[in-house]
Write a protein that binds this ligand. Structure first.
Ligand SMILES: [Fe+2]
Length: 168
């Protein structure tokens, strides 16, 4: 769970990193940045900030922002009906990321600016930003984030925002 002010603070921090990476973000887009703490309430350590640029019935384009050392927990994109699941390409724009994928044969990759990786549907993956954080593009087939499956059963995809306390 995040407080309203933690949420807004994280949005502003993410927007700053996106701009530092050389991309433009409107005020409206900044206010729409999604902050996910995965129900663990340790946003600085485990979480992700997402700016959705394209979300149609077929494709998705997002900017993913990780704060310094922040971890996107291990998950995979399951099949949905006749769709084999989301295929996703991550391309790093700024910062560095240690990227891991695969269950039995683990693949580890250090991503620097301009490196990219494509994640096949159903493949487990997780990643952690370096000390300067990271900004990356996510190009994918339709994203149904709510259906992502996480290895840690304590992870909850939808962010809960605490109601503000009583007025003093
Ligand atoms: Fe993913």
């Amino acid at each position: 769970m995040l407080s309203q002010s933690e949420y807004i603070h994280a949005q502003a921090k993410a927007a700053k990193l996106i701009k530092r990476a050389g991309l433009r973000v409107t005020k409206k887009e900044e206010a729409a940045i999604e902050v996910a703490d995965f129900g663990l309430s340790r946003l600085e350590k485990v979480g992700v900030q997402i700016l959705n640029w394209v979300a149609t019935e077929r494709i998705g384009v997002k900017i993913l922002v990780l704060f310094p050392q922040q971890i996107m927990p291990e998950h995979w994109h399951p099949p949905v009906g006749s769709d084999p699941g989301k295929e996703e390409t991550l391309r790093l724009i700024a910062g560095a990321v240690s990227f891991y994928q695969g269950a039995r044969k683990r693949m580890r990759m250090t991503m620097k600016a301009d490196s990219q990786v494509t994640i096949a549907p159903g493949t487990r993956h997780w990643f952690r930003a370096g000390k300067e954080g990271a900004v990356m593009f996510s190009f994918s087939t339709i994203a149904r984030d709510a259906l992502d499956v996480f290895t840690n059963p304590k992870v909850i995809r939808a962010t809960k925002i605490a109601k503000s306390g009583p007025k003093r």
